[in-house]
Design a protein around this ligand. Structure first.
Ligand code: SF4
Ligand code: SF4
Length: 375
């Protein structure tokens, strides 16, 4: 396939374009190379089987990806994060990676590390990534594979991780705390901090599937921690607790600083960063998959998406009373995973409250000493 699938980009050289860019400069983007993965993690919001031919056929070609990257660089982007699914599953990964590096981009790679080879390590040594971010699902075979649901994946993960570490490539380790690995989360933290001293973070909340698969969504719900478990976990992390307490004033808003409009988007979606799905859909952020909020880059241009499409999405408003009197004026929204994108995944609507997120946010607020009820 060639890059001609993409339309001309009429706005890029114009004064209007320059003015617009000043208002909302593009700094980075995330490229989902594939939704396919060699693992089948219980909590995963995106993965499809490695051999899914329909998904593979829909993936952007190298030429299409390079065209999008060219457009992004012209708009000012300096940093690209490659993710998936599992991006290393693509046989043309090296070609894509080198192509992005040669455009002068800083490139980060998010991977499960199970497909790292000596050849890939040589590639990363020759063209260093900004960093490689790897999720640690467990530090024993039993726990790791209870999450990944693939025999042999723990050994493959350890081998890949060691290859990268032995070569001195910059690694960041992170974890996702779910029912299947909660008993090992402390050991995961110790394992990770031992290997990457300057960086470790864990995420205690997981989101539903972007394909809305009901069976997989039930699996994800079963993996979710209770609000009390989340708070206990967060409180066991001294740095996190300190940061939460320090920023308490900013996290919990006064009535005066709350939104007074009906606009759905109070967050940073569509500002400075964007996301491209495996099949070439422009998204304001990774989780925002509502059909009215995505733009097909195979038939349009990044400039058009940035200049014309984003403002339309950010102008979307709600007339839903429940939403307007709760989430829209919620003092603890910064402690909540609620946002229009996540609300859509949970409820099918962009402006619906999400009971589970609400309970987690209130538990966090209570732990910080905020007791007034909202929502
Ligand atoms: S390794 Fe990552 S992309 Fe693959 S199934 Fe697990 S969470 Fe999903
Ligand atoms: S779900 Fe609840 S806590 Fe979250 S923003 Fe809405 S009202 Fe606030």
């Amino acid at each position: 396939m060639t890059t001609q699938l993409f339309k001309e980009k009429p706005f890029q050289e114009s004064a209007l374009w320059d003015t617009m860019m000043e208002k909302n400069a593009c700094t980075s983007f995330t490229l989902e190379l594939t939704a396919r993965c060699n693992n089948n993690c219980r909590h995963c919001y995106i993965n499809l089987p490695a051999g899914d031919t329909t998904a593979r056929m829909q993936e952007l070609s190298v030429g299409q990806i390079m065209d999008i990257a060219d457009q992004a660089v012209r708009m000012g982007a300096i940093w690209c994060t490659i993710t998936g699914g599992e991006p290393l599953i693509r046989p043309d990964f090296a070609e894509i990676y080198i192509g992005l590096k040669k455009k002068g981009l800083l490139v980060s790679v998010m991977t499960n590390a199970t497909l790292v080879t000596g050849e890939l390590v040589k590639l990363f040594l020759r063209y260093p990534p900004r960093d490689i971010e790897i999720t640690v699902y467990g530090v024993t075979r039993e726990t790791y594979e209870a999450v990944s649901r693939r025999a042999g994946s723990f050994n493959a993960f350890m081998r890949g991780l060691d290859l990268l570490l032995d070569a001195g490539i910059k690694i960041r380790l992170k974890a996702i705390a779910i029912r299947s690995n909660l008993h090992e989360i402390q050991k995961i933290a110790e394992f990770s901090q031992l290997r990457t001293k300057d960086y470790y973070r864990f995420d205690p909340q997981i989101i539903l599937r972007i394909d809305h698969d009901p069976v997989r969504n039930n699996e994800i719900r079963n993996e979710r921690l209770t609000p009390d478990e989340i708070v206990a976990l967060e409180q066991s992390d001294a740095d996190r607790t300190k940061a939460l307490e320090k920023n308490c004033d900013k996290l919990i808003m006064s009535k005066l600083s709350l939104a007074e409009s009906n606009h759905l988007f109070q967050c940073g979606a569509g500002k400075e960063v964007f996301n491209v799905s495996p099949d070439g859909m422009f998204r304001l952020c990774m989780s925002l998959c509502h059909p009215d909020c995505v733009y097909d880059l195979k038939t349009g241009s990044l400039a058009d998406a940035w200049q014309n499409f984003i403002p339309k999405v950010r102008d979307m408003q709600s007339n839903q009373k429940d939403f307007l009197s709760n989430c829209q004026v919620c003092p603890i929204i910064n402690l909540c995973l609620w946002c229009p994108g996540h609300a859509y995944l949970e409820t099918g609507r962009l402006d619906e409250m999400v009971d589970y997120f609400c309970r987690v946010a209130h538990a966090r607020a209570k732990a910080l000493g905020y007791t007034k009820g909202t929502g």
